[in-house]
Design a protein. Structure first.
Length: 103
């Protein structure tokens, strides 16, 4: 679920204090996008939104979330937005966030 090696690498790269700031910013920005997707997903933006979440997830080590977003991003790019598992993305984010914060 969490790529703890990536988390350690990022901490080493930017330092513990900046890491906490980056993690807080990540959570805030990703939750804004997820909230928008929950309330009013715009089919024309699903690919872009999933790409944003995926990129953020990879940076912070949320490996499972990134994989789900990549699959959804491909589906949306192919015009199959209806098949994107947004509920799975939301659940993965919540579980990943909990594991990360407990970690």
């Amino acid at each position: 679920m969490i790529d703890w090696t990536r988390v350690r690498e990022l901490k080493d790269e930017i330092g513990e204090e900046d890491f906490a700031e980056v993690a807080e910013m990540f959570i805030g920005e990703v939750e804004e996008v997820i909230d928008r997707l929950k309330v009013a997903p715009e089919p024309s933006r699903v690919e872009e939104d999933l790409h944003f979440i995926k990129s953020s997830a990879l940076n912070l080590g949320f490996a499972d979330l990134a994989a789900l977003c990549q699959t959804g991003e491909r589906q949306a790019a192919a015009g199959d937005t209806g098949s994107v598992d947004l509920v799975g993305v939301f659940a993965s984010y919540t579980a990943s966030k909990t594991t990360f914060l407990d970690g």
